[in-house]
Design a protein around this ligand. Sequence first.
Ligand SMILES: NC(=O)c1ccc[n+]([C@@H]2O[C@H](COP(=O)([O-])OP(=O)(O)OC[C@H]3O[C@@H](n4cnc5c(N)ncnc54)[C@H](O)[C@@H]3O)[C@@H](O)[C@H]2O)c1
Ligand SMILES: [Fe+2]
Length: 382
Amino acid sequence: MKISEFKTAGKLITGAGAINALADEINRLSISSFAVVTDKGVSQAGLFDLLLAKLPFEPTLVIDDIPAEPEVTIIENKVRQLRDTKIDGVIALGGGSAIDAAKVLAATYDYKGSITDLFGENLIKERLLPLIVLPTTAGTGSEVTNIAILADPIEKVKKGIVSHCLLPDVAIVAPELTLSCPKSITAASGVDAFVHALEAFISVNASPITDALAEKAMALIFHSLPHAYRNGENLVAREQMATGSLMAGLAFGNAGVGAVHALAYPLGGRFHLSHGMSNAVMLPHVLRANAPFCADKLFAVSLLLKLCPPDSKKDFAITTLLNAVEKLCSDVGIPRTLREFDIPESVIPQLAEDASKVTRLLRNNPKQLSVDDIENIYRKAY
Ligand SMILES: NC(=O)c1ccc[n+]([C@@H]2O[C@H](COP(=O)([O-])OP(=O)(O)OC[C@H]3O[C@@H](n4cnc5c(N)ncnc54)[C@H](O)[C@@H]3O)[C@@H](O)[C@H]2O)c1
Ligand SMILES: [Fe+2]
C-alpha cells in the first residue's frame, strides 16, 4: 500500500443548527477581535445578519465585497485593509470565492511580498490568524482543502495557492446557509462537487480512504442535486448536498482532481465562466475521453449509483453512467456545449495550450493527455 497523508480542517461541525457552535469556537481559539470576510450576494440573502446573531461580540472589520471568482489583485488590496486593523482571527461566510479569499487573507496577514508570488505549492509557510469558515454553497469543499483558487488577470487563467496553512481551524457546515442559493448557483456548484468526488475517485492518487469518501459523496450528490435544484427550500436535499460536497472536498483535497478541472480553468480565466459552470460543461466530454483508462472505477460508480443491475456487462454499465451524468447536467440546466457560451471556435488551440500547463491537476488524471488530446476534447465539447 502507498503511503499517503490525510489533510482536513482542524474540526468539522456539521448539520442543521451547527452555526450555534460558532461562539464556543471563537472562545476556544481565544479570538478577541476578528474580521468577517463575505460577499454582497450572501449578505443580501440575510446570511450576514444570521451570522451576527450568533457571534459573541461584534466583528472589528467586515469585508463584504469579495467578488465571485476573485482576482489576485483584489486580495492584494484587501490584505492591506486587513493589516490596518488589529485582529486575531478571521471568519469566512460564503461560497468558495469568499472562503478562498479569507484563507489567503488570514495566511498573508503578516507576509510582506506579493500574493502573485504565492501561486504554486507550499510557498506559504505559516498562518498566525485562526480561521473559521462557514460555506453557503454546496459546493467547492474549500472548507476542508489546503488550496485557494484566484484568477490571474495577466495570464488569464485561474491558479491555485496550495499550502497546509490554508486549512481552516474549524469548518461549520450548516445546510440552512445554502437554502437561499439561487438555482443557477445550486446547479453549478453542485455539479462541481460531483466532479470533485468523481475526479478524486479516478485519480491516480486515490486511496481507500479517499475512495470511501468519494463513493458516499457521489451517491449523496447524484441523488439529491435534482431535488435541491427543483426545490431550494428542501432542507433534506440541502443537507445531503452539504454533506456530499464536504465529503467530496475531503476526497479531492487528498486525492486531487484531474482533467475536468484542468480544462475548466482556461474557460474561467479567458471567458469568465464560473468555476462550477466551466467544470459542469466540460464534465461529460472529459469523462468520455477518460472512460477507457478508468473502466473498472467507472463500472463501480455505475453500480454504486444503482444505474444498472449488478450483473450488467462493464461496457453497458459505463455507457449508462456516461448518459446519466449528461442527464444530471441537463436536468439542472447546464448548457451542453461551449458554443452556447459564445466562445469562438478559433480559440480552441489557445484553450488547449493553456489547459496543458495545468500540470498540477493533469498529473492526477487516469490518462496523461497530450495537447492534441486536450484540443480534441474541447472540439467535442464545442
Ligand atoms: N479552494 C477550493 O478547494 C476550491 C474548490 C473549488 C472551487 N473553488 C473556487 O470557489 C469559487 C466558486 O465558489 P462557489 O461555486 O461556491 O460560488 P461563489 O462563492 O463564487 O458564489 C457565487 C455567487 O453565489 C452567491 N451565493 C453564495 N451562497 C449563497 C447563498 N447561500 N444564498 C444566496 N447567494 C449565495 C454569491 O454571492 C455569489 O454571487 C471559484 O473561485 C473557484 O475557483 C475553490
Ligand atoms: Fe471544483
